[in-house]
Ligand binder design. Sequence first.
Ligand code: ASP
Ligand code: MG
Length: 459
Amino acid sequence: MIVMKFGGSSVADASRIKHVADIVKTQFEKKPVLVLSAMGDTTDHLLEAGDLALKNGKIDVDKVEKLHLATVKNLKLTGKQQTIQKEISDLLDELTRLLSGISLIRELSPRTKDYLVSFGERLSVRIAAAYLKSIGMNARAFDAWELGFLSNSNYTQAELIKESWDLIPEKVLPLVKGNVLPVVTGFLAKDDKGCITTLGRGGSDLSATMIAAACRAAEVQVWKDVDGILTADPRIVKSARPVQNVTYDEAAELAYFGAQVLHPRAMQPCMKTGTPVLVKNSYNITAAGTRIEQTLTAPKKNEPLPVVRAITSKHKVTLVDIVSTRMLGQYGFLAEVFSIFARHNISVDMVATSEVSVSLTLDTAFDLGEVKKELGKIASVEVKTGKAIVSIIGNVKRSSEILARAFRICQLIGVTVQMVSQGASKVNISFIVNDSEAGEVVKALHMDFFEAAAKKAEV
Ligand code: ASP
Ligand code: MG
C-alpha cells in the first residue's frame, strides 16, 4: 500500500477534488490510503469564526458553509440517493451550535479550539469520499480517531501516543486488504478522555507519514502546490529548482529553517521505519518531485552528489548578545541564561558561546521586556532586531569547503556575517546577517553553489 496526502490547496474546490481523483486513479493498483487537509483556507476561516463568536458574540459560518455546499453541488453529489448533503448539513449545524456555545460563555479554550477546527477535515474527507464513490471507487471517509489516532491532551499541539503505532495498522490494513479506499482526516486525533485534538498547524503531513510508517507502506506521497523541495525560496531566487532527493535530517532542517514544504515533525515516523517520502506537485503531476529517504543516491550514475542541497533564510530574527558580568570561569552561567528563556516560554534557534558570552537568536515575535530585566541581573544584554538566519543545508562532511565559499561570497558582496553556527544535526551551517541583506546573500550563494557549476558544465 501507499499513502497519498493532499493539502488544503489541492482540495480547495470541486475542480481540485476532481483532479485529486484523477491522480489517485493513476496509482490505484498501489492500493492508496488518502489523507486530506481541510479545503482551502477553511482552518483559518474556522478560527476567525471562533474569534468572532468569542469577541463579538456573532455567529457566522458563511464562508465555510458556502464553500462546502457549493463543492457538493459542483461535484453533482445532490442526487436523491446521496446522503452526503445531510452529512454536511449535520456537521454545519453542529458547528453553528458550537459557535453559539462560544458566544454565550465567551470562552474559547485550546480544547474547544481543536473541536472547532476539526470541522474542516471532517467536512473535506466526507465530500471527497462521496465524490470518489460517485465515480466508482470503493472510497470511505474516516475520522482519524476511528483508525487508531490517539494523542495526549496537549490541545492544539497534541502528540500521538505510542499505542497509535499498533492501533493504526490494526484498523487500516484490513480495510486496504478488503479493497476499501480509506479517505482519512489529517491533523486530527482524540485523547484518552475522548476529546478531539489537533497535531499543530500543518499537521496533516504528520498524519500521513504516521499511517505510512505504522503500516510499513511502500511510500508516502505528499501532494503540494510546488514542485517539491526547492534549492531556494523561488520568491528570492528565480532560478531555484527542485531538489531530487534529500535525507530525512536535511528535510527536517529545511522545514524548520523557512522552506515551508513539510511540517518539521512530519519526518519523524518515517525516519524510524525508513519509509520514503515523496513530495509532489498536484498542479504539475509530471514533475519528478523530491524524494526524502535515509541515504542519498546520486542523481545519475557516476555523478557526485552536490555539496549543497538547498539554501534557506528565516527572516525577522532577533539577535541577543549576553555578556556575563561575573568572573571568568564561573559555572552555571549558561544554565541560568537558558532557564530564564525557558521560564518565559521563549524558544531559542541558534546559539554561539564563548567563555564569558553567549549570542543567541529568537523569533522577533517574542516580547523580551521581562527577560531583559532578569538577564540584566547576571549579564549585560544587547538586543539587535532586523536580522535573518541564512542556512546552507548540505554535506557537512565538507563543511570547510562550504564555509570557505560562503564567507568568500559574503566578503565579495560586502556583507558582514554576525554569528555562525553549525547545526548539531550535522546537515546545516547557519549564519546571521542583516535582514535587509539576506536576499542578496541567498541569491549570491545560490549562484555559486548551483548555477556556476551548471554553467561550467555547459562550457
Ligand atoms: N488544516 C490544517 C491547517 O491548515 C492542517 C493541515 O492543513 O495540515 O493547519
Ligand atoms: Mg491547511
